[in-house]
Design a protein around this ligand. Structure first.
Ligand code: ADP
Ligand code: GLC
Length: 518
């Protein structure tokens, strides 16, 4: 996040007083649907950079039979221009340098309701949610996402002129980190959950940004959101949410250690020991059906494989690969350090020597983009590269490939490996985070432990070996395709968590009422 210089003084900003309290204690009853505001910076139907977009689109829908979950997202240009009607239904006031703005409502065809923070000067720009077309972060990201967090707090306080008032706010990753914090500073009772999708992105800004965000003095404190001399949006979420979740059980353990904790491991260990941090694995939604996915060139199943071949042919043609029947490896990834792209660069020659072909699609850090593009030029016919983002091609790559390369240095959950499995492509991945939880080594994919090219290639050699034995390959594919990855398994723990937190608040409110009437 950029650390823009403070351009104005906001010393006279009003304190974060609660203007109105929601009537939480009377709204929901035991066992009834709870009203949940799901705050996110990505939503795959409308705007997606990575897996957060997928989860934000899938989880609220998967929870909808049990809870009334509504999404809150900034009104980026792509959303405002999406063609879906947006009705203005509310507004929130300004605070420090956060401008006042309208709240829009979009009703999607399947009934999901999306609230949109409409603030053209902050959000309607060319580029992705976090930066411009050249990948540079927007210098005012602290203001852009504080605006999101405060809008969530306003909606929860019932001060956004919206008749619907959430009983719980579920904030996701650093862009939503200030939602629980603003709520706490204002003394709002509404409980909040903060989900870590990736601890590596922390939303840091200089302490001088504090007046712009209208933060109370206590914010710049190690017990609050101060982090090594900066303000951390991520830490704000961790400090003030009633409960923290992350997206796999292994990652929930890993982030309490120095190797994965980015300096927050001490705090996270305390939270875990207090029962306030849990791992709830992501799932995949039911659009990931190889027989019916309309993105595919042809459908297929564990009994009818022909369609898989048609998708492979598409990948060969699109990526300029020799159609020689050699094993086809796919990389569908953000091109960032996390994903171990350097390890794939290190083993690429050995894969080619082993008769393999590699199709790579990805976008990300400029040096990694240049390195994979260069790799493609070095091995024409054997390695094809698209430095870009294309959902249809990604799906066809999962469907057409034999193996997915995913040697992530860390992986909170990972969705690509699950998509690949569902489409009969066996992931070759590092035994970390969600990869360790979703791949059974030698059964539904291949795992290696040490983040070295040699350990990685040892797993690739095992995959090449399996490829030489079609019966073995088919047996593994069938098991991978049948792995139970859908959202249903994750819905129950979220359901329990939401219900517990809301009912705990209701019980406290009821106790207070009794106390007052005595
Ligand atoms: P992360 O969120 O860390 O990027 P995940 O595996 O959870 O990792 O999710 C990545 C998502 O982004 C998947 O849906 C994957 O298919 C998609 N994806 C990544 N890169 C591309 C790309 N270049 N083109 C299309 N889809 C992509
Ligand atoms: C993050 C993580 C990824 C996870 C996704 C969705 O981007 O890197 O592992 O699957 O969020 O939770």
């Amino acid at each position: 996040m950029g650390n823009a210089a403070v351009t104005a003084r906001f010393d006279e900003v009003a304190p974060l007083a609660v203007r109105q309290q929601p009537s939480l204690h009377v709204e929901s009853q035991h066992g009834q649907k709870k009203k949940i505001l799901f705050v996110t910076s990505e939503f795959a139907d409308l705007v997606k950079v990575g897996g957060l977009g997928d989860v934000s689109a899938a989880l609220p829908r998967a929870l909808s039979p049990r809870h009334d979950v509504r999404v809150l997202i900034p009104g980026y240009k792509t959303i405002v221009d999406s063609g879906h009607p947006i009705r203005i239904i509310g507004e929130v006031g300004g605070h420090a340098a956060l401008p006042p703005c309208k709240i829009g409502r979009m009703d999607l065809d399947d009934g999901l309701i999306v609230y949109i923070v409409l603030c053209p000067e902050l959000y309607e720009r060319e580029g992705n949610p976090y930066g411009d077309a050249n990948g540079r972060d927007w210098p005012d990201n602290h203001i852009r996402f504080a605006r999101l967090g405060l809008a969530a707090a306003d909606i929860a306080a019932g001060t956004a002129c919206i008749s619907w008032c959430p009983e719980l706010v579920h904030a996701n990753d650093w862009p939503a980190g200030l939602a629980p914090a603003y709520m706490a500073w204002r003394g709002q009772a509404t409980p909040s959950v903060f989900t870590i999708h990736n601890l590596a992105y922390q939303g840091l800004c200089a302490p001088e940004c504090s007046p712009e965000l209208g933060l109370p003095d206590e914010a710049f404190d190690p017990e609050s959101m101060e982090f090594y001399g900066k303000l951390s949006f991520l830490k704000a979420g961790l400090t003030y949410a009633n409960h923290i979740t992350t997206v796999s059980q292994t990652y929930a353990r890993e982030i309490t250690t120095a190797d994965f904790g980015y300096g927050l491991e001490g705090m996270l260990k305390l939270k875990a020991d207090a029962g306030l941090l849990s791992g709830i694995a992501n799932g995949i939604d039911e659009s990931w059906q190889p027989m019916t996915d309309p993105h595919l060139v042809a459908g297929f199943s564990a009994r009818h494989w022909q369609g898989k071949r048609a998708n492979a042919q598409y990948v060969e043609q699109t990526f300029g690969l020799d159609a020689d029947g050699g094993p086809l490896f796919a990389v569908v990834s953000r091109l960032v350090q996390q994903k171990g792209i350097d390890l794939t660069l290190d083993v690429a020659e050995r894969i080619v020597t082993g008769g393999g072909r590699i199709a790579i699609i990805g976008r990300g850090e400029p040096d990694l983009e240049a390195a994979v593009a260069e790799l493609g030029k070095r091995y024409p016919g054997r390695i094809g590269v698209n430095v870009g983002f294309n959902e249809t091609d990604a799906r066809r790559m999962f469907a057409g490939s034999d193996f997915l390369l995913m040697p992530s240095r860390f992986e909170p959950c990972g969705l690509s490996q699950m998509y690949a499995q569902r489409f009969g492509s066996l992931p070759i991945a590092r035994r970390t985070g969600g990869l360790a939880d979703t791949i059974e080594d030698g059964v539904t994919g291949f795992l290696f432990r040490e983040p070295t090219a040699d350990a990685y290639f040892e797993a690739i050699e095992r995959a090449l070996n399996v490829f030489k034995h079609p019966e073995l390959l088919n047996a593994m594919r069938c098991k991978a395709m049948a792995a139970p990855l859908y959202w249903e398994q994750s819905v129950a723990p979220y359901d329990r968590l939401y219900t517990e937190l809301v009912e705990e608040l209701e019980a406290n409110a009821a106790r207070q009422q009794v106390g007052r009437s005595l």
